[in-house]
Design a protein around this ligand. Structure first.
Ligand SMILES: [Zn+2]
Length: 283
């Protein structure tokens, strides 16, 4: 079972927050049903198809477009801080494109293919800090292989729970090749996935110099935008009071990373959108 052993090795270590209090369990069980290279190849194919269709429909914004430049600049600042979260990520061929659309969403497919729909930024009037937090969050879903795990769970359910043990590690996914392109583009995550993406995404974006407090205003805007939207847009990252509380709770760990990235002390940072500096007590 050498393929299985390799998969085990490529699974990132459980996340440990700066205060050593937050850990995420190892979910290799389900992820290992689908080899990462298979999923990354299918993602690249789906990405190419989406870009091809956008070109045909003349909705793919060109390299010279200011919004494309802005989004690529932010993503490229963050990518160096993302690599430690997934052993394979340093070999990913990262690509970033923006499609003109009223959709208020973005995706980062497994393997580092990022598609931003312009409505996310235009309609919600996101500033650079908010875009940074959004990209960090979506990159984190890809780094932690949440899609691979969810598709693996689905695969396991199809195989039948009773027959699970004999399939573990067999990686027979390739022989079935269901069309997962649509699923990759509209992946629905669990609350645990969302929390993990918030924590790791905030850390990546903060280290890259984007204000972690912007996560709060970002998700408030998305929450409001989702409820307002009536043109078929579906938001895929469940957000409620719990996630908001979680974001606020973790802020004291993120603020020092951001302050360091922009060459300031926490005291020198201005307030942001009515949010204070979240200094740890006793400092
Ligand atoms: Zn999410």
């Amino acid at each position: 079972m050498s393929a299985h052993a390799q998969d085990e090795k490529s699974v990132p270590a459980p996340y440990t927050a700066p205060n050593n209090q937050i850990r995420f369990g190892n979910t290799a069980l389900f992820r290992n049903l689908i080899p990462p290279a298979t999923l990354e190849a299918q993602s690249a194919q789906e990405y190419a198809q989406v870009i091809h269709d956008a070109q045909r429909d003349k909705t793919l914004l060109p390299d010279t477009n200011p919004l494309v430049k802005r989004v690529r600049d932010i993503a490229n600042h963050e990518i160096p801080f993302a690599l430690k979260w997934n052993d394979r990520a340093k070999n990913w061929k990262w690509e970033i494109n923006v499609i003109k659309s009223s959709d208020e969403r973005m995706v980062c497919l497994p393997g580092g293919k990022i598609i931003v729909y312009s409505g996310l930024i235009d309609r919600l009037h996101l500033n650079d800090n908010e875009i940074g937090m959004m990209i960090g969050h979506d990159i984190a879903h890809a780094l932690r292989e949440h899609a691979r795990e969810r598709l693996g769970r689905q695969q396991a359910a199809q195989l039948g729970a009773g027959s699970m043990p004999q399939y573990l590690g067999l990686s027979n996914y390739g022989s079935q090749q269901p069309d997962i392109g649509d699923q990759l583009m509209s992946m629905r995550y669990s609350p645990a996935d969302e929390t993990e993406a918030d924590v790791i995404g905030s850390e990546i974006a903060s280290r890259a110099g984007y204000d972690p407090r912007a996560a709060v205003t970002l998700w408030n805007k998305i929450d409001t935008g989702t409820r307002r939207s009536d043109d078929g847009f579906i938001w895929l990252h469940p957000y409620g009071p719990d996630r908001r509380q979680d974001l606020l709770k973790r802020m004291p760990d993120m603020m020092p990373l951001y302050a360091k990235a922009v060459g300031k002390t926490i005291d020198q940072l201005p307030n942001y959108a009515g949010l204070g500096r979240f200094k740890k007590s006793g400092r």
